[in-house]
Design a protein around this ligand. Sequence first.
Ligand code: SF4
Length: 359
Amino acid sequence: MKYPYTQQFRQNLVEWFHREQRNLPWRHTKDPYKIWVSEVMLQQTRVDTVIPYYQRFIDKYPTLESLAGADEEELLKMWEGLGYYSRARNLQAGVREVVEKYGGTVPNNRHDLQKLKGVGPYTAGAILSIAYNLPEHAVDGNVMRVLSRVLHITEDISLPRTRKIFEKAVDELIHPDYPGDFNQALMDLGAMICTPVSPKCLLCPVREYCLGFMEGDADQLPIKTKKTKSKNEYYDVYIAVNDGKILFERRPSEGLLANMWQFPMMPKKQPSENTWEPFELKYNVTITKVLEENFVEQKHVFSHLTWNMSCHLIEISENGPFPDSVQFVTLKEMEALPLPVPMAKIMNILNRYIFHSPE
Ligand code: SF4
């Protein structure tokens, strides 16, 4: 069925956006670089969390060139706490490509933009519509939810091919004079009114043109098959002290939390498995004293897996040689290194209850 309310829908939506839009720092600029940074930060992360990170990041790296030339460790430190660190690395790689290949001007077409590292169809569409005012779709899960209700689309949104249906829908619906505002209005509508649970239809500016509302099943949409269960992984985490310094390790340069720093972690097949000896062998150390066995059980949930960590505070004697990725660092030195969230949480507990550092 052809949607009969295209004109009214786009008009009402954009007018509502002009009245009610959220005041967000990246909305005060049309600089494609800054829009790009904001969109990358917003992937998988809540707006409230992103705002202070965005401001600090733009203060530190106000231009493409400044980010292109940034030291990776410093960049990861700026990103610390936001998670999904490959986003930061990809952003920097993409920015470097723009500097080298396009003379520092972010491309204004989808073809070139999507070739940049870390730039997918959504980010490309957001940059093109918001910064360059081009009628390009920017479809993410939020937009799919809203449009599945407005257009009564019942395809399963967890299937990759379904995104195309929504991209085509936006191509037809998008406001030709305000494409960036139209895309941002869909995002705001999804965040403020057409929420995942209990959409606030009575407050909705497009209620009269919402097929889901007319059918009475808007809250059953979108159709989404259940995600596979996240995998549980178990680790012993060793806070291993020697002469006032702590054994610290850099993660591999590929994969989850690449190049971030952590306390040594030993994987366990079962929660009850003991890894003390394998730990000594792997790191070439001897445990001389167990200060606190299992001082905290820490859980960290990633999108696809959960780390269950049993943390132990021990003293070691250093035998060496140590793997290249390993160093002994002071607490102060540790603070300057990029730590992933699960390690920062352990660090906080150590500071508060064990090392008794001032807050
Ligand atoms: Fe969403 Fe309800 Fe508005 Fe439809 S009427 S777009 S379901 S909030």
